[in-house]
Write a protein that binds this ligand. Sequence first.
Ligand SMILES: Nc1ncnc2c1ncn2[C@@H]1O[C@H](COP(=O)(O)OP(=O)(O)OP(=O)(O)O)[C@@H](O)[C@H]1O
Ligand SMILES: [Mg+2]
Length: 369
Amino acid sequence: MKAVKHQKQPAPAQISWEQIVANLEDGVVTVDSQGKIVFFNEAAEILTDVSSVQATEQPFRQVFKSAPWLIDLANKTAPPRHEGVRGEGDLVTRWGRKTPVGVTVSPLQDRDGHYLGTILLLRDIKHRKELEEDLKRADRLATMGTLAAGLAHEIRNPLGGIKGAAQLLRRSFDEQSQLREYTDIMIREADRVNQLIEQLLDLSRPAQLMLAPINIHEILDDVLLLEGQTVSDKEIAIKKIFDPSLPPIRGDRVRLTQVFLNLVKNAFQAMDRGGALTVTTRLETDFHIRARGTARNRLIWIDIADEGSGIREQDLPHIFSPFFTTKNNGTGLGLATSYAIVKEHGGLIRVESSEGKGTTFKVSLVVAE
Ligand SMILES: Nc1ncnc2c1ncn2[C@@H]1O[C@H](COP(=O)(O)OP(=O)(O)OP(=O)(O)O)[C@@H](O)[C@H]1O
Ligand SMILES: [Mg+2]
């Protein structure tokens, strides 16, 4: 008989509490009764950009000085209250990276009820916040759609009347008459309003998608070629970082081209002083997002990163709303339309922006399988 060599498995007892806590996905911070940090796990390091070595032995209020709300919350557990509390807020790292977190703070007591300090659990709630934002936006768009459809109907008839009358008026002036200029303006502006109404209606009831497997790189190449020509006189570099092994996605070529045209146009418009536009494609690897789709729905991401003006923080919540624009000649429908199209495809749009540095729009789409 062959001797079987048993590999020694570590007994469960050998896994220490510290190892378990260190590997938790939630940030765990323990503070002693003097207010000094005594434990700081890896997830807390990632959330704060502060290493455990830097944080340990330091005053809690020093390490978290950019989050006064968290210090207030932690203070609530101190004697004489001894109560656990929950809260939500943003953590901002010294590099300016902001993460929304949900926090549970509990007093740490020994068996006899003596206060030893505080334990904080920090959970990254970015994904939940984004989902909430998505829902609110979808709701706003739906309300807007009903309103738009009603309004469009009411506006179109009188508009047709105005345009018809202007055309008649135009004919009654002879060719040289300067007044023809005025009637031409009336006709042109009536057409413009009509076009706006069409776009608005598109938003409220997006066209039927013609879904087929698509190589997204072909669409991006076309868009970059087309839009690249319009900025050839500016100092703009276009970089493509395409994953050559990317699978085809399921989508409507015409509608998706419209999405990327809008995003690339916005990026170029934001870079009047030049800069680089980087377009990256990749397969989704974050399990938070993968877990949300059905098991079979794999996603790809397309990142459009510019080095333009960036978006002001107070504007960020509004950029996907119809008619929100900061441009003199913008209609503010580009992002609203793109958002509606991507949603129809079962994808997501995310944005990260830093004023004066640039903006990255991220679009996810579903792999054709
Ligand atoms: N890449 C970007 N960099 C900086 N700001 C941006 C960027 N993309 C969008 N924005 C901001 O979002 C607003 C809305 O964009 P959107 O594309 O919907 O409308 P618009 O570009 O203003 O007009 P339109 O696309 O209808 O011509 C812009 O006016 C701008 O303030
Ligand atoms: Mg635009």
